[in-house]
Design a protein around this ligand. Structure first.
Ligand SMILES: [Mn+2]
Length: 241
């Protein structure tokens, strides 16, 4: 048995080929897994669960539901889709987990997260996280607006302008290594899996508690980055899109 973990698909109607690749993955390969985790930025942007039809997300949610009715599926929100909520959970069948959750991955305690909380040198992004992403008051106020007003407000919050940048040109700062080492220690784990930076890699660390490893998922732009974990270990494979 195995587990799949993916992130950073950035689904948008502007890139139907990526949506199609996700639909095929969910209807095919994913069915062989015992569980699936999506670690954020599944959607290019999300301005509230009630706006899903506007984004053309309903077929995607239905496909997610079809898999979630068979195997446990989990979702950690990214900095693009942090406004997912209870209606998203219900429509997709995915259970939303807190960012930075520790799971047992085949006997190995593993920290799973979107990854942007590790990019502490990106001060502009950390300010965005503090004032918007993790701000319950902002969230309540924003979601209380009518959808057209949300689109307008999103523009002002620079969400939309960020969302409309292409994945290729988008510069994302990398994680700060001291933040990574802190997490290994604070969360008492030797294994971490995240996305966000789109810099697919496996990084090894020597920590006071022993060897540790950080897996970084890639995006779904020209290839689909899929992490497969089983009792023998972890591999990240890229499938053509
Ligand atoms: Mn991200």
């Amino acid at each position: 048995m195995h587990t799949y973990i993916i992130s950073d698909l950035h689904l948008t109607p502007q890139q139907p080929n990526v949506i199609e690749a996700f639909m095929q993955f969910m209807a095919g390969e994913a069915q062989s897994a015992e569980q699936l985790y999506i670690l954020g930025d599944l959607f290019e942007y999300w301005i509230g669960d009630d706006a899903a039809p506007l984004l053309g997300a309903e077929p995607v949610l239905a496909q997610m539901q079809a898999l979630a009715s068979k195997i446990p599926c989990f979702f950690i929100a990214g900095n693009r889709d942090f406004l997912v909520g209870p209606q998203f959970e219900q429509a997709s069948g995915f259970k939303i987990l807190e960012d930075e959750s520790v799971i047992d991955l085949y006997g190995q305690p593993t920290l799973i997260l979107h990854g942007d909380s590790l990019c502490i040198d990106d001060h502009a992004h950390q300010l965005f996280r503090q004032q918007i992403v993790t701000n319950a008051e902002w969230r309540e106020q924003f979601l209380g607006l009518e959808i057209p007003a949300r689109i307008e407000a999103a523009k002002q919050a620079r969400m939309e302008s960020q969302a409309h940048k292409s994945n290729v040109s988008m510069e994302i700062m990398d994680v700060t290594e001291s933040a990574v080492l802190e997490r290994f220690a604070d969360r008492n784990v030797q294994q971490m899996i995240h996305g966000h930076t789109h810099r697919q890699a496996t990084h090894d660390y020597a920590t006071p508690a022993g060897d540790a490893r950080r897996y970084v998922l890639g995006d779904w732009l020209t290839t689909a980055s899929v992490l497969k974990a089983d009792a023998n270990g972890i591999d990240i494979t890229n499938y053509p899109i």
